[in-house]
Design a protein. Structure first.
Length: 180
């Protein structure tokens, strides 16, 4: 017996896209979708942290929804009638990031990705976000990708970096500056 969710259609190393096409599981598109999914899972783990400041919790919960939409967008042909992120979600991420940046001391040096557990998880999420962005860039070099997908991931990486700094500050953790 196999689970009902197992269709066996992916056994050959190909997977289905929204709209019916099939691509290799190693394609840039599937790598990007997988990284977006991994980012969403890390944010879920981060949200399980009790020390998460409430404003970040609310924002990250909404971002998880955005990431599902983003994954569907990347998995769909450009002409497919699916829900897609708009400029409003990008503006919202920018606004949140700007508010956090204003509340934090200006960076004078590079900082190490450490501190409280919430901050460390957010730094890990930032790294996965940047990987998703790299895969989207690789995909965009071969196929058309909506500009808002690229912009959203770029802004999200910035936002998550600021969220990690904010989590450390809320926990009373000092940032460790990098020095050679």
């Amino acid at each position: 017996m196999r689970p009902a969710i197992s269709t066996r259609t992916g056994d050959s190393g190909k997977t289905g896209l929204v709209g019916g096409g099939r691509v290799s599981k190693s394609s840039s598109r599937i790598q990007a979708i997988g990284s977006i999914d991994e980012l969403n899972a890390i944010l879920g783990l981060t949200l399980a942290e009790a020390e998460m400041p409430l404003p970040l919790r609310e924002q990250l919960t909404l971002i998880q929804r955005h990431l599902f939409t983003l994954g569907a967008d990347v998995a769909s042909p450009l002409e497919a009638p699916v829900v897609r992120l708009s400029c409003e979600e990008i503006t919202e991420i920018e606004r949140w990031g700007f508010a956090m940046e204003q509340a934090l001391p200006p960076l004078q040096h590079f900082i190490l990705p450490n501190g409280c557990r919430t901050s460390c998880l957010l730094h890990q999420a930032r790294a996965v976000c940047r990987r998703a962005e790299r895969w989207i860039t690789a995909l965009a070099e071969k196929e058309e990708v909506r500009e808002s997908v690229k912009i959203y991931l770029n802004r999200l990486g910035d936002y998550i970096f600021l969220a990690a700094r904010t989590a450390n500050r809320a926990a009373g953790q000092l940032e460790a500056e990098w020095s050679a």
